[in-house]
Design a protein around this ligand. Sequence first.
Ligand code: ZN
Length: 496
Amino acid sequence: MENYIKLYEATRKKLKAYQYFGWLMGWDQETEAPELSVVHRTKQFQVLAEEAYMLQSNPSFMEAIEKLYENKEQLDPDFRVEIKNAFKELRMVKKVPKDELIAYQVLTSQASQIWAKAKNEDNFEAFEPTLEKIVEFNKKLVKYLETDEMKGYDILLDMYEEGFGVKEYDLFFNTLKDELVPFVLEVTKNNNQRFSRKLTKSVWPIDKQREFSKYLLEVFDYDQKRGLLKESAHPFTSGVSTSDTRITTHYHEDNPVSAIFSTIHEMGHGIYELQCDPKYDDTFLHGGTSLGIHESQSRMAENMLGRSLSFWSVHYPKLVELFPKQLKGIDVQEWVRFINQAKRSLIRIEADELTYSLHVMVRYEIEKMLISGKLKVKDLPKKWKTLMGQYVGMKPKTDKEGVLQDIHWSGGMIGYFPTYALGSAYAAQIYESMNLEFNIDEALRNNDIKKINAWNKEHIHQFGRTKTPKEILMIATNQEFNPQYFVNYLKKKFSN
Ligand code: ZN
């Protein structure tokens, strides 16, 4: 056992270093690197990736993981979780024929370009054969990986959110279908909100927006000795340890709202990673436990804290100070109404808080049918339109604004989308639980987000990846996942 632990730890140390260099290159690529640096960088990156793959697939390393897994009861609890995860990842190498796996990796590495072109030209047929192959591989994959306990689409869903399968998601989405869909149609039908032209037609200088983002870093107590904020085309968070977690935002001169909420959203992700217990930094247990729990932290920061009247009652004066002309005569109530508009949209990433999860539901239903064989790839565009009409109340005229809008399927990410909606629902449940311990609105009015961060650290962040999403929910809220919190939250907010 001792020898296996030593071997595992020595390999992990190297893999962590490779991961670090890859991470740094990725950050540089998205934020700083000049356009033409890509070819040279890719060559260096491939060398790193091959070295890391050789370490990972080294038979003695894989044997160490298997032996440690067989004797997992003797390991300390955190290390046991790490070995359990490592053993799970070995499934791919052990159960899927190598040539099929490599062919699939080649296919998905080329597919995003085919997808991008098809989307640009609004031509689903150009993407159809590629998507067909991706779906076929995933149908085979679930056969290779199935066990007595887990089969079909559940296997793909579990890869992104451990313990969440069709049973859990059906419960979630059926609640949305029964309660949220009719509510949304009602709210958006009577929607005749008007806003001052100042809000919709002004120019918002980017240097002032940058200043406000910096101010927000202070407000959320985002530690700038261990993190920083830059700019990129699509905002993201990139963390490697509790001493280095970086975020980006994106500024638009005609719209200040986008950057404000991108910055807050990414800070929610970033604070999660920074508040992990530092003892996990040198292990594979650092970071968020799942996509859903990660998203719960960003959505809570963005929507539940950042879009509230309590928050802006403190911070609106600062915004007015930076944009006196643009906000002249606009009071804080109008501003808060403006940033909480309910508006239906065809595009998921432009959707508001109210309808976002319904966009996700369309994708969930489709993936479920594709993997079970009830829906053929060629019938996707038609199905998409029907479901969008039923759930969101709008049908796209083109596939560009419909089934071709997201990149995910071209990368083979089937089972990923549902975590986006789950994050908001987790957030509503976690918020209620936190609010039982102290009044969150009061903390916001006292400009005391530290208190909220501390609660999240204690109940969620510190554990890193040592707990599953279900365990985290139990620790943070004392109960199992319950989507009713989310529906109640939305109904209360958007009835006003
Ligand atoms: Zn996010």
